[in-house]
Design a protein around this ligand. Structure first.
Ligand code: PMP
Length: 291
């Protein structure tokens, strides 16, 4: 389905459509985006945390066995990539219930084990195209089960039955999304995107790990995101200096999210290898001047 309202509207539509008949939604609390999904689900239905990363300051994803799902659970909600925290799920939870995934910031960057998922959603604006379109990929059985009592726009079956043309669609966003998919296909598809992502992020993590502690990743090694590489410098003053000098050198938008600070290199599909190379060159030069 091609919808509007961003991934944010899916924080509500998922529980509205799936948590029927007293069923519960389990949430992996892996960071700020998962928290927002959980907050909305808690308002609209019976939701509970199946794992909470707060104790480890959201520096990692759960190991598959860490997640606890109770009886009567309809789905386990996961955020495959925490865009702000810079952690990515590399091992899917071993749950007895279907997964629902917010893949806003890593969709189309790696293969998805679809057999585990009842529904996946993603705002388009990272790897799919411009903001304004939201992709929802769901099983027919899920879409068929939209409950009565929801407004039309909030029902998955209404959008499916109208071919995602129930109301005026964001045609420009969808048109560019189509072009982006063709571009991905021409590059070699998801497999090529995955290889490129690993190469780009690998370069930056190497620069961090090889910096003798000047650059520091706050993220557990097994949960490192290939899409959003976050790192710190020895002080916030140096971080400011780094960001200012980077911007002056044409490397823009490297600020960490305002809620966490630090540096964040977002390496979405559209970022070429040359972008990552330019960043690590700059990092080496900056370290040489300041270490
Ligand atoms: N989930 C994740 C993982 C995100 O990164 C974002 C946006 N950065 C959202 C949800 C919210 O998406 P939207 O702005 O499309 O509502």
């Amino acid at each position: 389905l091609l919808l509007q309202g961003g991934a944010t509207l899916q924080f509500s539509m998922v529980p509205m459509n799936l948590l029927t008949g007293g069923q519960r939604g389990a949430y992996v609390l892996s960071g700020s985006w998962a928290a927002k999904a959980f907050e909305d689900a808690s308002l609209l239905g019976d939701a509970y945390p199946a794992w909470d990363g707060e104790a480890s300051r959201f520096d990692r994803m759960p190991a598959p066995g860490d997640v606890e799902v109770t009886a009567g659970t309809r789905y386990l909600h996961v955020t495959s990539n925490e865009t702000i925290g810079g952690i990515q799920m590399w091992e899917w939870p071993a749950a007895s219930v279907p997964l629902v995934g917010d893949m806003s910031s890593d969709i189309m960057s790696r293969p998805v084990p679809w057999e585990h998922f009842d529904l996946v959603y993603a705002g388009a604006q990272k790897n799919l195209g411009p903001a304004g379109a939201t992709v929802v990929i769901a099983r027919s059985s899920v879409v068929d089960a939209s409950p009565d009592g929801l407004g039309a726009y909030l029902r998955y079956d209404v959008h499916r039955d109208k071919g995602s043309l129930y109301n005026t669609p964001p045609v420009f966003a969808i048109w560019v999304l189509g072009k982006t998919l063709r571009w991905v296909q021409a590059q070699g598809g998801v497999a090529a995107m995955a290889a490129l992502a690993a190469a780009k992020a690998g370069l930056v993590y190497e620069a961090i790990d090889g910096s003798g502690g000047f650059y520091r990743s706050p993220v557990a090694e097994g949960s490192r995101s290939l899409m959003n590489v976050v790192f710190r410098l020895p002080s916030e003053d140096l971080e400011q200096e780094f960001l200012t000098a980077a911007t002056a050198g044409g490397l823009v938008n490297l600020e960490g999210h305002r809620s966490v600070g630090g540096v964040r290199a977002s390496l979405y599909n559209a970022m070429p290898m040359a972008g990552a190379e330019a960043l690590v060159d700059f990092m080496a030069g900056f370290r040489a001047r300041h270490a």
